[in-house]
Write a protein that binds this ligand. Sequence first.
Ligand SMILES: [Zn+2]
Length: 290
Amino acid sequence: MSIQFDPILLLDPYLRAPSSRWRAGPHPAAAFVVFAACALLAFAAVALFSLALAVAVTAGLVCGHFADLFFGRLYTGSELGGSAYRCNDCRAPLRPLFGIPLLGTLAARLRCPDCGSRLPLPAVVLPVGAVALFAASHFVFHATGPTLLGGFFATAFLTLTLTDLDRRLLPNRIVYPCVLLAAAFCWAWPDRSVGAILLGGGVGIAIATGLLLLSLPFGKGAFGMGDVKMIVLIGFVTGYPAVVSGLLVGTLAAGAVALVLIITRLRGTRDYIPHGPFLALGGLIGLFFI
Ligand SMILES: [Zn+2]
């Protein structure tokens, strides 16, 4: 028998304990202490190069980590409160190991140590994606306030992509608060006026209503209410005229991908192809490039 030494497991002596949600380990708060230490460490390391980038990366870590932990509650109808858990299947208390962004999940070999369920894709995509998007936001906006705002909405678009791919849902629990936040911070963008943002929201509402009406002959579900609300969100985040160009790029990308999927026979002409990821792409382009 070989003795394995895995330094990361020292942080969680309970990882290989017998499965039981009642004996699952320390209080979930320990995971947040571990996370705070990791975030501080990341901040210090990046601050050696650039303080502003360190702020962006750390905010990305926080945003991605919490979006990841709450991901299951964002669209499954689970209660939003209560103690933290990693796995939506057994909801065992969050282990300290999962306080380490990404590496904790990788160390657990993408499985829940309590029930053995496979951890969902967002457990990897959200932490990495959020840090990358906040860093991108830093290089686009430079100033700290707009960087954080841009990173936050970009992460919201990524989260919506993942919920749409997983359950074909663009949940109100994400979209409504984000629309309110985007409207409330309409003054905070360096390159967009308050008028441009509010006009963008109005144009978003008009485009969404138009598309909804146009889709009615194709039957219920051809264009969902989730898509409508997401277009409004993109309008309030990117403003006018970016909302128009962003949505155009998203629609073209959706058309191109649908065409490829149909030509390669991976999907039929009647199969459902989610709109959310393409709207999110359009939103990201409108936010960062237009
Ligand atoms: Zn589990």
